[in-house]
Design a protein around this ligand. Structure first.
Ligand SMILES: O=C[C@H](O)COP(=O)(O)O
Length: 251
């Protein structure tokens, strides 16, 4: 499982760089513009320059409306600025068809510029609270659009967590559907160390985290702490080892 950490700007990205050996992807967002709030192109560029070259930079395009043209331009902005994972939060899409339309436009805009960039279609575990597409529809939306990954995060950061809205069994189904379509499965939403056991067991490819590695567990007032990133990774590694040992032998 890969660890994606979301700093809110260049200063926090430098803290991520101090913990670079413990994380896999640095995710640029602007939390005060929403759960998947988009940051400025120059911030993406500065963060790309600030973190080690072997660490991919991801950027969110925002909690986007159902406006395929607008979103495609924003996605191009993110990839031109140096991000190689382009995340789109399908906030304003109320049907799978709308989600596919937006994501197809994004995939074309991104891959025309940089074919190896990865496009991530993100939905929300608490979709029922904001009226957007069902979380379990995301793998199919991503696959039909030609994206590379399906993701869930929480839209409303009020202390409720991924598993409060989509229990582990349903997350397992999300991962199963993603893998059946050849997609990566990414999960986030106030994930804590205690969630890493189930996330590992269900085969999650990428876990996205902010609050759990901020001082006081506070994603808004707290800052990302390199020692908390290291501790989070240590628990991920421990869970991975236990899972490997516990896998029943085939045949
Ligand atoms: O993509 C990851 C999100 O930023 C997760 O943030 P959170 O752990 O504070 O919910």
């Amino acid at each position: 499982m890969l660890l994606l950490i979301s700093p809110d700007g260049v200063e926090e990205a430098l803290d991520c760089a101090k913990a670079a050996e413990h994380l896999d992807i640095v995710d640029v967002k602007k939390p005060d513009e929403g759960s998947l709030g988009a940051n400025f192109p120059w911030v993406i560029r500065e963060i790309r320059d600030a973190v080690p070259a072997d660490k991919p930079v991801s950027a969110t395009v925002g909690d986007v409306p159902y406006k395929p043209g607008t979103v495609a331009q924003a996605a191009l902005g993110a990839v031109v600025s140096g991000a190689t994972y382009i995340k789109v939060g399908l906030y304003g899409c109320t049907t799978p068809e709308q989600g596919v339309e937006v994501m197809r436009a994004v995939v074309r805009a991104v891959k025309d510029h940089r074919p190896e960039a990865l496009v991530v279609a993100s939905g929300y575990a608490d979709a029922h609270r904001i009226g957007c597409v069902n979380p379990l529809a995301l793998p199919d939306i991503a696959a039909r659009a030609g994206a590379d990954a399906a993701m869930l995060d929480t839209a409303i950061k009020d202390g409720t967590r991924l598993f409060d809205h989509v229990p582990p069994d349903a997350c397992a189904e999300f991962v199963r559907r993603a893998h059946a379509s050849g997609l990566l499965a990414a999960l986030a939403g106030s994930v804590k160390q205690a969630d890493l056991g189930p996330l590992t067991r269900i085969g999650t490819d990428i876990v996205g985290v902010r609050g759990a590695v901020c001082a006081g567990g506070d994603r808004n007032a707290g800052r990302i702490q390199p020692h908390l990133v290291a501790a989070f990774r240590a628990e991920m590694d421990r869970q991975a080892r236990e899972h490997a040992v516990g896998i029943p032998a085939v045949n």
